[in-house]
Write a new protein. Structure first.
Length: 115
């Protein structure tokens, strides 16, 4: 951000690294597996950091359990050094919550995407 607290015209903040959440999102399962691999982190190592079982994380990655709650995604993302909204499912839930509060926006979005 510039000194006045506004973004520069190119959308980048002055003097700061670009926010990871501005990147394209990735599906949770593939993103989790990829981030763990990039960081050399095992299921057990991640599980110890976030207070979950290694088996549960393994089940998530392999599709045997549903994508976890936003709270759990937040704990995982934090341990891996990324923003929660790095994951597509988190973004979809946030969008859904906004659209529920704004029916007119939901209608416009539906027309734009589905008609």
């Amino acid at each position: 951000m510039a000194k006045d607290g506004k973004k520069k015209k190119d959308g980048k903040s002055k003097g700061k690294k670009a926010d990871r959440s501005a990147d394209a999102s990735v599906p949770f399962r593939q993103g989790l597996e990829s981030l763990m691999h990039e960081r050399g982190m095992s299921y057990r190592g991640l599980a110890e950091q976030i207070g979950l079982s290694a088996g549960y994380l393994n089940h998530i990655v392999h599709g045997n359990r549903p994508v976890p709650s936003d709270e759990v995604i937040g704990r995982i993302a934090s341990a891996l050094g990324v923003a929660s909204d790095r994951f597509t499912e988190y973004r979809i839930r946030r969008i859904d919550a906004v659209l529920e509060r704004k029916p007119a926006l939901a209608d416009r979005t539906y027309r734009d995407l589905c008609e």
